[in-house]
Ligand binder design. Structure first.
Ligand code: SF4
Length: 362
């Protein structure tokens, strides 16, 4: 129990874990969708606390990791355009593209800037009226409202030099696609807390009905995660998969109506390409007609050569839960956080980075 003493309440953690062991009678496999959960699980040694009947698999909930190779290449190509500033969130800068990363483009003289919020990119556009500013909009329902707010701010200010490369993804759609594929037999999903703050828990209701797979929304404290595992195990043992909320202090059934209104005001559903999963209908968000003038892909007309991922990298398998980082021959040798080969080793939410930081067997 390596890190159990780091829990706020180690006795409670042990008590929940003992409770799980006492009720779990059959092997079950749960997916923690969110990369934030993956890191918390490994950091706190939660797998060590669980009985051997419970297996946890990491899912695709890492915005940087699921951004497809062609999309990374397009962002890199935009950073190579004259009089263009590419603004993005930190981790994406280091993700290797087919030939180079945004970091490499910057080293060649490209203007690539890390922003901490989407509206920072609008400020950069105001300060640089003679340049085109492209915000690379990655993430899930959590970041979509902030990108929408940035578009609305730019529209209100009449900024013609602010554009967005919309690479936003939709959580329940990809969960459904993974379950429909049947590649991985799952008994339950630990649903992402931050996404659920926006969406609410109701969006997950079709999953137990359609697939017989339980969904429990969890916060990011280790006790939140342990509690969500207990609820999922109880669902299995009682034969009643359902949607439950183990993050009541932040998540409601309906979510954040204001944030969702922002999303629907600016974006519309589109097919999206996911690393390792492929193109999934209606799993992304793109700019709706009213704001399509801000679409960087349409305005800049970038086309890139066919993309390919690094040979041997198994990020795609890992994002589908079909492989663990240690299954990759490059893990810890050719691929490390200092010299990442794939995005799962780059991102602060990537499974490979988590396994490297906290031990492959954690
Ligand atoms: Fe890709 Fe590196 Fe992870 Fe292997 S260890 S799957 S190369 S990120």
């Amino acid at each position: 129990m390596r890190f159990v003493d780091e829990f706020h309440d180690p006795a409670l953690a042990r008590s929940i874990a003992n409770g799980i062991a006492s009720v779990s009678t059959r092997p079950v496999q749960f997916m923690e969708f969110c990369g934030g959960h993956t890191h918390a699980i490994l950091r706190h040694g939660i797998r060590d606390l669980l009985p051997p009947t419970v297996t946890l698999r990491s899912g695709p909930g890492c915005p940087v990791c699921v951004t497809s190779q062609p999309d990374v290449d397009v962002a890199v190509a935009m950073a190579s355009l004259p009089d263009t500033i590419v603004a993005t969130y930190g981790d994406l800068v280091r993700v290797p593209g087919t030939t180079e990363s945004l970091e490499h483009a910057r080293a060649r003289g490209g203007d690539v800037r890390v922003v901490y919020s989407a509206t920072d990119a609008v400020a950069i556009a105001r300060q640089n009226p003679d340049k085109t500013v492209v915000l690379v909009g990655i993430g899930f329902e959590t970041t979509a409202p902030t990108v929408a707010a940035a578009v609305l701010e730019a529209a209100q200010a009449g900024l013609a030099n602010f554009l967005v490369l919309p690479l936003l993804k939709v959580t329940p759609v990809i969960m459904t696609a993974l379950l429909q594929s049947g590649e991985l037999k799952l008994d339950g999903i630990i649903c992402p807390g931050h996404v659920s703050v926006i969406t609410g828990t109701d969006v997950f209701e079709p999953i137990p009905r359609q697939f017989g797979v339980g969904c429990v929304v969890a916060g990011f404290e280790p006790l939140d995660i342990l509690r969500s595992v207990r609820l999922l195990v109880d669902q299995i043992e009682q034969g009643h998969p359902s949607v439950q909320n183990a993050y009541e202090r932040a998540v409601t059934r309906d979510g954040n109506a204001v944030a969702r209104k922002l999303i629907s005001q600016v974006f519309t559903a589109c097919d999206a390409e996911w690393r390792g999963i492929g193109t999934v209908p209606s799993s992304g968000l793109t700019l709706g007609n009213e704001y399509s003038r801000f679409d960087a892909a349409a305005r800049l007309g970038i086309s890139v050569p066919p993309a390919h991922e690094a040979e041997g990298c198994r990020c795609g398998d890992i994002l589908r839960g079909a492989a663990m980082p240690a299954d990759c021959k490059l893990f810890g040798s050719a691929c490390t956080p200092a010299h990442p080969v794939g995005p799962c080793m780059v991102s602060g939410e990537g499974a490979c980075a988590a396994h490297f930081a906290y031990g492959a067997d954690a």
